[in-house]
Ligand binder design. Sequence first.
Ligand SMILES: *[C@@H]1O[C@H](CO)[C@@H](O)[C@H](O)[C@H]1NC(C)=O
Ligand SMILES: *[C@@H]1O[C@H](CO)[C@@H](O)[C@H](O)[C@H]1NC(C)=O
Ligand SMILES: *[C@@H]1O[C@H](CO)[C@@H](O)[C@H](O)[C@H]1NC(C)=O
Ligand SMILES: *[C@@H]1O[C@H](CO)[C@@H](O)[C@H](O)[C@H]1NC(C)=O
Ligand SMILES: *[C@@H]1O[C@H](CO)[C@@H](O)[C@H](O)[C@H]1NC(C)=O
Length: 447
Amino acid sequence: MPSIPKALVVFFAVAALLCGGHAHRKDHAASVYDVTQYGAAPSNRDNRDAFLAAWRAACGSTAGNSTLVFPKGTFAVGAVQFEGPCANRGAPAVVIHGVLQPCAGGGGCHLSDDAWITFSGLNNLLITGDCTFDGQGHRSGKPKSKTTTLVLEDVTNSMLRGLAFVNSRGFHVNLRRCTGVVAEGLGIHAPAASRNTDGVHVGHSRHVRILDSVIGTGDDCVSVGPGSVDVVVSGVTCGPGHGLSVGSLGKDGGEQDVRGLVIRNCTVKGTTNGVRIKTWPGSPPSRASNITFEDIAMANVTNPIIIDQRYCPHDRCSDADKPSQVQISDVTFRRIEGTSSGPLAVRLLCSEERPCTGVRLDDINLTCGDVPCRSEFSNVRGPLVPVVAPAPAPGSSPTAAAGGEEEEADVASRVSQQLGRLTWWLPLTVRGFVQEGTTKTEGRLIF
Ligand SMILES: *[C@@H]1O[C@H](CO)[C@@H](O)[C@H](O)[C@H]1NC(C)=O
Ligand SMILES: *[C@@H]1O[C@H](CO)[C@@H](O)[C@H](O)[C@H]1NC(C)=O
Ligand SMILES: *[C@@H]1O[C@H](CO)[C@@H](O)[C@H](O)[C@H]1NC(C)=O
Ligand SMILES: *[C@@H]1O[C@H](CO)[C@@H](O)[C@H](O)[C@H]1NC(C)=O
Ligand SMILES: *[C@@H]1O[C@H](CO)[C@@H](O)[C@H](O)[C@H]1NC(C)=O
């Protein structure tokens, strides 16, 4: 197209802005739905009906670009679901300035065990504001429920930006069956001792981005569950908590596969795990593949790098002795450095029935305080990429192969150890293994 029409378009756009300012503001004002205009008030009573009335007006508005506003103040509300679809297949922008708290119970206040605040069946939703979702979960000891603070269900092309969450009773944010959701600039805080308070959980969702957030809870900072495809977690500072996790997988039968995850540019501090994949013992078949953890800084993390296919929290698993049938493949751990607070810096404990395949450790540089760093591998299978000039490891004997040939390796329950620092230089890890008989294989780790 020649440039004149484009210039005309710009001209008219600017003219519209300059001349139509008044009309524009009026339209804008007309499309703002303030919950207090629908009867909501800062108080302990349940504001659910007022919130829903305001939502129905905003959601039903055909004017376009409507905004649902929660002004400053502390508003109580019971379980509430903001449902779509809205007019024009979009959704209002939701701007929350106040504090939301669960209502105190009684007086018709209804709390749910599943979700506290739900947005469902929506496209083009934005939730933002300098708000706080205060779950009040861990004020006086044990929470009574595992209620998730904010659930997005069947939501597409949407964004959560700059929201703050404290003390959820269960997960803080759960994305279920979502496509194309970006969560950025979240702040999520709960005590280290609060159980099941995952920061952000993703399940049965695609094309999800969790960016530039600070998360510290009593459970996983981010957990990526069954059915997750193309999920990127980047710029997350995690701790306290249980780290950045894939899983748990295989708790139920018929779970959908997990694939295409990237966890990068994150800092993990004072957590029990750093980056982790966990599957239950005895879990039915499914797959987890194409998972990359890279550019992760660890500070004082008990298990910085861990695959655990016998994940059994609280030691209560009916199938504790059975291998997991979740097949883990194509997992890369790259450029991970920092400090481990435990001696086992790397633990890759895969299923004897479905050994992990295509696992790469590349540029891992971890220290374990005053004790030697150790690593532990079981049922990890290559092909392992050729080693490029491994750093000489003091005290290690020369290894068999020196070529660069790709080899298949099974490393069964080996523990390797090096004083002080555990470092992998370029790509990889296990080589010079010797096959002994039919069942037993051995490997040596090169650092
Ligand atoms: C809504 O706002 C966007 C950008 O702010 C604009 O492109 C779009 O045309 C607006 N839609 C309506 C229906 O006013
Ligand atoms: C890495 O994450 C930090 C936030 O922790 C962010 O400020 C920075 O821009 C990110 N860098 C890249 C290359 O994404
Ligand atoms: C692995 O996942 C990433 C991120 O979703 C994707 O871009 C890439 O194409 C996937 N690779 C393969 C081989 O599927
Ligand atoms: C490391 O983390 C542990 C808890 O895992 C904590 O007790 C200890 O104070 C931390 N040390 C440092 C140096 O942060
Ligand atoms: C390993 O990390 C330490 C800092 O923790 C750094 O001083 C050292 O240069 C790193 N080594 C390599 C080979 O990157």
